[in-house]
Design a protein around this ligand. Structure first.
Ligand code: MN
Ligand code: MN
Length: 470
């Protein structure tokens, strides 16, 4: 068929209008293959990094294999160093010291490695009518009903009073038992069914089934009270050497027992627990390892974003600032000058437009699946409350970096105005006088025990961070 000549109107429209493109429309077959391969590495990372502690350990393994060494505050830093700071096993600051003048600024990317889950309380173990349970206190924004009747794994550490650390990880290996929270049968859910979704499940009702058999002695059921609890405590004591009081200094949490898996017959989506925000943390680490920038580059992974970024390992902590100051003074630079010339991508997931729930998003300004990473000039809620709202000048700078590197990217907004909203760590970094903008991978079913992301959007995030470090 002969190609029709374009009209003036068509030409002007192509020239002047913005058109969002799917990565499928612009990527070569080889690039699609690269994205698939990259996703394989991510899936392995994710399965080993369900908690922030596990993410720190797994990221350190990748960094060590790439020649990074451990750094402690106060150590000497020189041009060319590849270092990481382990912040209390819950946060990580990895950095490559470039050859260039440090006062030209640092290229920083920041993500968080904690994800919503059910933490055990400090006195978690009890028995009720022959069933042993764990009491939980949910962590972060969870929709409680999603956590009942799914297999749960138990992850974390018990820090004993004598200083020994016991690592716990039950429910993820083939053959492991799993834990579970029960729900009502539909036959008897008449009252529960008419409650608003947010009230049908109470926080105190999220009790985890842990066991159901009594302790036996001499072939007979023991005559003590709480014999099921005792049976469980004996098992825990035999396996981990702990007693009930050791729960006081433990960080144990229930996470979905499911590992990451391809979703869809065409295998372009990954379904997993904890994409938010390991799906941005992983690209930060891989891009840092790959980068050969003249600039000094930092990948900062923080804890506690899901509950406000407070505490010693949250992004409101001054550890990142201290590391910037240490790098600056070691290289003969002034930290204040370094910061004003530094730039940061705050990498956190964004909402992916869900055709099944179009009513909560404004499609024109939403991130669409497979259209690359999203850049959010602003986040926040109720009139941008609590947002960083990155100045247009820096948005333009980052936009040019992405376009020059042929990154597939789009803008993103967290839902319709006044529908809800959210925030990221961007503002805490911007508050230290560093230009910062939000970017991140669009997620379907965000904060659910099983979230979905696109392999293409993931790979473009890696490429975007690499281009930014450059
Ligand atoms: Mn997040
Ligand atoms: Mn989140």
């Amino acid at each position: 068929m002969e190609e029709k000549e374009k009209t003036y109107g068509q030409i002007k429209k192509e020239e002047l209008f913005y058109k969002k493109k799917s990565a499928f429309e612009v990527k070569t077959e080889k690039e699609l293959d690269d994205a698939r391969r990259y996703a394989d590495g991510y899936v392995k990372f994710l399965d080993n990094a369900k908690t922030e502690r596990e993410a720190v350990i797994t990221a350190i393994e990748l960094l060590k294999a790439a020649g990074f060494r451990e750094y402690h505050v106060g150590d000497k830093i020189s041009h060319g160093d590849r270092l990481y700071l382990n912040n209390r096993n819950k946060g990580l600051i990895a950095f490559k010291v470039g050859k260039g003048d440090i006062e030209k600024g640092i290229r920083i990317t920041a993500a968080h490695i904690d994800s919503p889950r059910l933490d055990l309380k400090q006195h978690p173990l009890y028995e009720n009518e022959g069933i042993a349970y764990f009491k939980t206190h949910y962590y972060g924004g969870v929709r409680k009903y999603q956590w009942a009747t799914i297999p749960l794994a138990l992850h974390g550490i018990v820090e004993k009073a004598d200083g020994e650390t016991v690592t716990v990880r039950i429910g993820d290996e083939p053959g492991d038992p799993v834990l579970c929270i029960t729900d009502l049968l539909p036959h008897l859910a008449k009252d529960q069914n008419v409650k608003p979704l947010g009230e049908a499940f109470s926080g105190e009702g999220l009790n985890i089934v842990l066991g159901s058999s009594p302790f036996f002695e001499d072939g007979k059921i023991s005559d003590v009270d709480d014999k099921v609890k005792l049976n469980i405590m004996i098992m825990l004591n035999e396996k981990y050497g702990i007693t009930e009081s050791d729960f006081i200094s433990a960080e144990l949490c229930a996470v979905p027992a499911q590992n990451a898996v391809d979703v869809g017959l065409d295998r372009w989506l990954i379904g997993a627990y904890g994409h938010d925000d390991k799906v941005c943390a992983y690209p930060e680490i891989t891009a840092l390892i790959e980068s050969d920038s003249e600039y000094t580059c930092i990948a900062a992974l923080a804890d506690k974003e899901e509950v406000g970024s407070d505490g010693v390992a949250g992004m409101q902590n001054r550890m990142l600032l201290d590391v910037i100051n240490e790098i600056s003074s070691n290289l003969g630079g002034n930290g204040t000058v370094v910061r004003v010339n530094s730039k940061c991508l705050s990498a956190d997931v964004t909402v992916c437009y869900d055709p099944n729930y179009p009513e909560v998003s404004e499609k024109r300004n939403s991130a669409i699946l497979h259209c690359g990473l999203g850049m959010a000039k602003y986040t926040g809620a109720r009139g941008k409350g609590g947002t960083n709202d990155c100045p247009a000048e820096f948005v333009a700078e980052v936009r040019k970096i992405f376009d020059d590197a042929k990154i597939v990217w789009q803008t993103a907004e967290l839902g319709k105005v006044d529908q809800g909203g959210g925030g990221t760590v961007a503002k805490f970094i911007a508050n230290t006088n560093i230009d910062t903008v939000d970017i991140g991978v669009p997620v379907l079913s965000m904060h659910a025990p099983f979230e979905l992301i696109s392999k293409l959007d993931l790979y473009e995030t890696h490429r975007a961070i690499l281009a930014f470090y450059k």
